[in-house]
Design a protein around this ligand. Structure first.
Ligand SMILES: C[S@@+](CC[C@H](N)C(=O)[O-])C[C@H]1O[C@@H](n2cnc3c(N)ncnc32)[C@H](O)[C@@H]1O
Length: 271
């Protein structure tokens, strides 16, 4: 396996950190291991050769491939179910009472292949039932990785990823593609718009969101990057809106204006 020297390692780590917020400082072994096949495929003899390819590429393809290798896109349906229970038991009833415009826009930030976004759509159908069509419930799902976004758009998943989905939902919202794969039905696929977005950039959304999911994404970022990102989420949420983060993640007290509701749930309460 090709070893990465200190200069190459520092250059690569600095580049990924400044462009994507991802902190690979302690991931030297992971970088060498996961990029071994990429270097071989590109016939690079050193990491310097590879870094030069990265620098020359203006299409973003090379860096996307790199990010796919060094981050994990692991996701599945009904992950961290407490969020979906809370959405159904508290958030949606609250909005139904107060939001007379019947608008509920959701952002799944760092959506990976879309399981989180589609689980949310199923929860919306489950809650609203026949009233669903009178609500504007758009879902924007974003990621830096094009390959996971393509999977999300196709909506095809190995059956293993839906093992926690209740049987009734499986029957209603998935069709069998072959013995190993299922596909989200078209009605649900149309509800989610998948887009490329690097969370390190400035957000340019035309409307505010009522709910943002950013779960199991900030684990890659250092505290300063996380705090900046959480404050950017605050700005694009409507007052009264919610932020759901991963259950292994926390927002340190006093670093943002969000109000703590319960583990992994925060609210924008403007006083
Ligand atoms: C482990 S997955 C989490 C998926 C989903 N939120 C969940 O909890 O199941 C993390 C995702 O964050 C994305 N990600 C990492 N850094 C990002 C960045 N700077 N901007 C946008 N997405 C990013 C990765 O590409 C990956 O798909």
């Amino acid at each position: 396996m090709i070893r990465i020297n200190d200069n190459e390692f520092n250059e690569l780590v600095r580049y990924i950190k400044t462009q994507y917020g991802i902190d690979l400082e302690k991931k030297r072994v992971l970088i060498e291991g996961r990029l071994a096949s990429v270097l071989a495929e590109k016939k690079c003899n050193t990491f310097t050769d590879y870094i030069n390819i990265l620098k020359r590429d203006r299409t973003g393809t090379e860096v996307t491939l790199l990010l796919n290798k060094v981050t994990t896109n692991h996701t599945f349906f009904m992950r961290e179910p407490k969020h979906f229970e809370y959405l159904k038991s508290t958030v949606l009833p609250e909005y139904e009472k107060t939001h007379l415009q019947k608008v509920f826009h959701i952002w799944s930030a760092g959506c990976s292949a879309g399981a989180e976004a589609y689980t949310t759509v199923m929860t919306l159908y489950d809650y609203f039932g026949a009233k669903k069509s009178s609500w504007d419930t758009r879902i924007t799902a974003t990621d830096i990785s094009e390959s996971v976004l393509a999977k999300g758009r196709a909506g095809i998943y190995p059956v293993d990823m839906i093992k926690d989905v209740p049987i009734a939902w499986r029957n209603q919202y998935f069709k069998q593609v072959d013995k190993d794969n299922v596909q989200i039905i078209d009605k649900l696929r149309k509800e989610v718009e998948f887009k490329t977005l690097n969370l390190m950039e400035n957000f340019r959304f035309l409307k505010k969101f009522q709910l943002i999911f950013c779960r199991n994404v900030m684990i890659y970022f250092d505290q300063d990057t996380r705090t900046k990102l959480i404050n950017k989420f605050y700005d694009v949420l409507e007052p009264g809106g919610y932020l759901f983060i991963g259950h292994s993640e926390t927002i340190p007290r006093g670093t943002t204006k969000f109000e703590y509701v319960m583990p992994a749930i925060y609210k924008k309460v403007e006083k």
